[in-house]
Design a protein around this ligand. Structure first.
Ligand SMILES: [Zn+2]
Length: 402
């Protein structure tokens, strides 16, 4: 049994369809209100099942106060961006939950229970399926999502006070076992706004209107196990989306706990703590705990090659930035390696306020002595090529070059 979106003229309607594993049919549940069950959390939506023109529709009962529709209450419970109901207004070119112009397509139930003489039925929610113009169906697994939200609630004191207090209010709404009020929509939006400011402070990529849960988890360092969407699954023309997912891969690859620490150490050792672009060496010393040289992945989304030295290079802080932003590229040709200025940088970074000349100093062949002793540890030309191809299609509006 599920609640399903039916386009009907301008605004879509939500209907109850199919039957439950125990054989209950929508007709058995008529005039009862819907309670949703996610793990141990019960949401009494206050929304009733009614029948009109042969359809089992979910209607708000105004006499009991204006509760939001079921899908809105559920979205707010799960801290999802505000969904819409108008199909023509659906957005595209983005993952679902990356902006507000998505539609909740299905709310899939597991067990559905009804006890005679009560005025409600209880439905266990398994997944919430969402769509936009680009993506036909994205499943949100509700149990996993609630577990993530509980983790965030528990650690809310790690966040600035305005975020912490919104999280606390959200927990109260969810645990009240009452309909989630309209005010919760504002709460989610405020959380998104505060998180945008906070994320720029702690350098986590996040923009308000997008899904706030991964950003909150990421801030807590809890997202390590979750891989971003594979670039192979995103159409080449979706440049903005590819760009964002690529950034996520960079962060994901650099934060995988012990595996990542080992990779960084091995790469730095192979390169003798030397920046492959400028040749400067900044190892850790008695004066500095941290080396001034980073190990960067060439292709963070090449999961199979992730921890191989040939998928890494060492870079000083400045050149790491220029490499990550795609301003300076490493190119392999005829067994030699070259630093090149990207086409976009050549064409767009001529303004006097940008010190392109300084970056340009390292352009040219990489001296043999900057590379690891073992040639099998040298940057893999195939990985370099794939990386450079990805950067060649960078959308200028999202790049620092605009
Ligand atoms: Zn350097």
């Amino acid at each position: 049994m599920r609640i399903t979106f039916q386009p009907s003229g301008g605004r879509g309607e939500y209907e109850l369809s199919d039957y439950a594993p125990n054989g209950l049919m929508p007709s058995d549940l008529l005039e009862l209100s819907v309670r949703l069950l996610i793990g141990e959390f019960v949401l009494d939506t206050g929304v009733k099942l009614t029948k009109a023109q042969g359809k089992y529709r979910l209607r708000r009962v105004y006499s009991q106060g204006a509760y939001p529709q079921v899908q809105i209450q559920l979205a707010n419970l799960l801290l999802m961006p505000h969904p819409i109901r108008e199909e023509p207004q659906m957005g595209g070119g983005e993952l679902v939950l990356q902006n507000s112009s998505y539609i909740i397509k299905n709310i899939q139930f597991g067990n559905v229970v009804y006890t005679p003489e009560t005025s409600f039925f209880t439905a266990e929610v398994l997944t919430v399926e969402c769509k936009n113009q680009t993506i036909e169906a994205e499943q949100v697994a509700t149990l996993k999502r609630m577990a993530d939200i509980e983790k965030i609630w528990k650690q809310r004191s790690a966040f600035p006070p305005d975020i912490a207090s919104l999280l606390s209010q959200h927990e109260e709404y969810v645990k009240a076992t009452l309909p989630i009020p309209q005010a919760a929509t504002t709460l989610v939006q405020q959380l998104q706004n505060h998180m945008e400011r906070y994320s720029s402070e702690i350098e986590i990529p996040y923009t308000a209107t997008t899904d706030v849960v991964p950003a909150l988890l990421s801030a807590l360092g809890e997202i390590l196990e979750e891989m971003p969407t594979s670039l192979d699954q995103i159409e080449p023309e979706q440049m903005e989306l590819r760009f964002r997912e690529r950034k996520k891969w960079q962060i994901w690859a650099s934060r995988r706990g012990a595996a990542s620490v080992r990779f960084r150490k091995e790469v730095r050792t192979a390169y003798q703590q030397r920046c492959v672009m400028c040749g400067n060496r900044f190892p850790a010393t008695k004066c500095n705990d941290k080396p001034g040289i980073d190990a960067a992945h060439i292709l963070p989304w090449a999961v199979y090659d992730l921890d191989k030295i040939y998928n890494g290079v060492t870079l000083c802080k400045l050149h790491h930035w220029a490499f990550d932003e795609g301003i300076l590229l490493i190119v392999s040709r005829g067994g030699k390696y070259y630093i090149e200025l990207s086409e976009a940088a050549k064409n767009n970074l001529r303004e006097p306020e940008f010190s392109i000349d300084y970056l340009q100093q390292v352009v040219g062949e990489i001296p043999r002595r900057y590379l690891p002793a073992k040639t099998t540890d040298w940057p893999d030309s195939n990985l370099l090529e794939r990386r450079n191809a990805e950067f060649a299609n960078q959308p200028l509006s999202s790049s620092p070059l605009s």
